[in-house]
Every structure is written in structure tokens, then in C-alpha cells.
Write a protein that binds this ligand. Sequence first.
Ligand code: ADP
Length: 163
Amino acid sequence: MTTAVYTGSFDPITLGHLNLIKRASRVFDRVIVCIMYNKNKTPLFTVEERVRQVTEVTARFPNVEVDSSDMLVAEYARLKGAGVVVRGLRAVSDYEKECQMALINKRLNPELETFFLPASEKYMYLSSSAVKELALFGADLSAFAPREIIGEIEAKFDRKGRK
Ligand code: ADP
């Protein structure tokens, strides 16, 4: 059985992330989506909120689990018995950072392989930051974020007040 971990901030999860999860769940027996948090960053959503959101939008994939951690990816994968880390590659801008991370992870955990999945054409330029930027301006998010969480994203910006 091959277990893969798919890590990220998912602040918030986008349709690009979800597309990657769906594709990974067809390839690997078990996929653990892990929200990695960094105490030095101030996210839009708390870890608990993100775990709940990702759990809700991935509920239809029976072999997908959701978790959170502040460990290094290489250590987290070892702990979970995962031999693969899945990463998405968007435009060229992701390539250098992702290769660097794959090499570091390999050094830290030689058993771990990084699998890159190219972003779908539709989501090539989609990021969590873009979703937040659009929400700030009150744009329609339906082509970018899972419908289950759109209200929650909009509510964050309503509370903060649109500029
Ligand atoms: P991080 O802060 O670790 O980059 P993200 O949540 O932004 O976390 O991304 C997690 C992973 O998902 C990364 O591998 C990233 O390249 C990938 N990813 C993000 N957006 C997309 C997208 N639109 N299509 C495919 N992969 C994506």
C-alpha cells in the first residue's frame, strides 16, 4: 500500500488544491492532506478551521484523510509511514522552490520520493493568495474556491471590512 502526503498551507483550500487531491487519490492508495502551520505566519483561517474546511470538501474521496502538523515534511512523512510527498507545479515560478524542497526532503529522509503533478490548465494561475485578493474586492469566487467554503471566506473579509 502506498501512502502519499500532500502538504501545504491551504489558507484557504482552492479548486487547484482540490483538483490535485482528486488526481492523487486515483494514483495512491491513501492520501493524507496535511495542513502545515508556521507559528510565525498569521493565517486568514486557524488550523482548526482549515482542517474542518479541507475535511468537508474532500469527504467524497474515501482514501483521503486530513491532518495538521508543525513538523518538517520529511519527518512527518516518516512518522506516517508515507513513501511519497505530492506537490503541485504551476507555472515555472513553482519549479525552483519545489526542486529545492524535494532535494532537502530527500536529504532528510532518503526513503521519501517527491511526486510532482502539473497543475491543470484551468488552475495554473490559481493560488490561495489570489483567492484572498479577489475576496477583498468582493469578487465572485465560484470559479476559484470550493463552494462549501465560499461563504466563510467572504465572511472573513466582510468582518475585516472591504477597503
Ligand atoms: P505552500 O505554502 O506550502 O506553498 P500551498 O497551500 O500554497 O502551500 O500549496 C501546497 C501545494 O499545492 C504546493 O505544492 C503548490 O504548488 C500546490 N498548489 C497550489 N495551488 C495549486 C494549483 N492551483 N494547482 C496545482 N497545485 C497547486
